[in-house]
Structures are given as structure tokens and as C-alpha cells.
Design a protein around this ligand. Structure first.
Ligand SMILES: [Zn+2]
Length: 70
């Protein structure tokens, strides 16, 4: 088992960008703030998932949650 507290980031295979990610437990919404450069690819695989920026562990999006791209 890992001691990592996990710092989940919304990511997508093929994209070089990541989103600043916040979790609103009440409305079950993942708020994804785009804050990177203009340099992003159109080749994302459409498989949005969460990846820990510390230990790189991956987990699927929680079921029933919405993503709010800002
Ligand atoms: Zn982690």
C-alpha cells in the first residue's frame, strides 16, 4: 500500500495538458480549470480519468459525477 494522500488531476490520454482539478462533493461535480499553455493536442483519446500527480496512480472518474470545464 502507498502512503500517498493522492492529489488527483483530471487527465486524458494523448493530451499534454492537465487541468487544475477540484472536487465539489455536494453536487458531485469535478471542476476542471484549464490553466496551462495554449499548446494542447486534439488527439485526446476521450478517456478522461484521474491521475495522482504525486505517485501517478490512475483511477476512473467516480460514477455519477459531472465534469465542469472552466
Ligand atoms: Zn498518489
Amino acid at each position: 500500500m502507498s502512503d500517498c494522500d493522492h492529489n488527483w488531476r483530471l487527465t486524458e490520454t494523448g493530451y499534454v495538458r492537465t487541468w487544475h482539478t477540484e472536487f465539489d462533493e455536494q453536487s458531485q461535480t469535478i471542476i476542471a480549470y484549464y490553466s496551462g499553455s495554449e499548446d494542447f493536442s486534439d488527439e485526446g483519446a476521450g478517456d478522461d480519468h484521474l491521475q495522482c500527480s504525486t505517485c501517478l496512480e490512475v483511477k476512473p472518474l467516480p460514477e455519477g459525477w459531472e465534469i465542469d470545464y472552466r
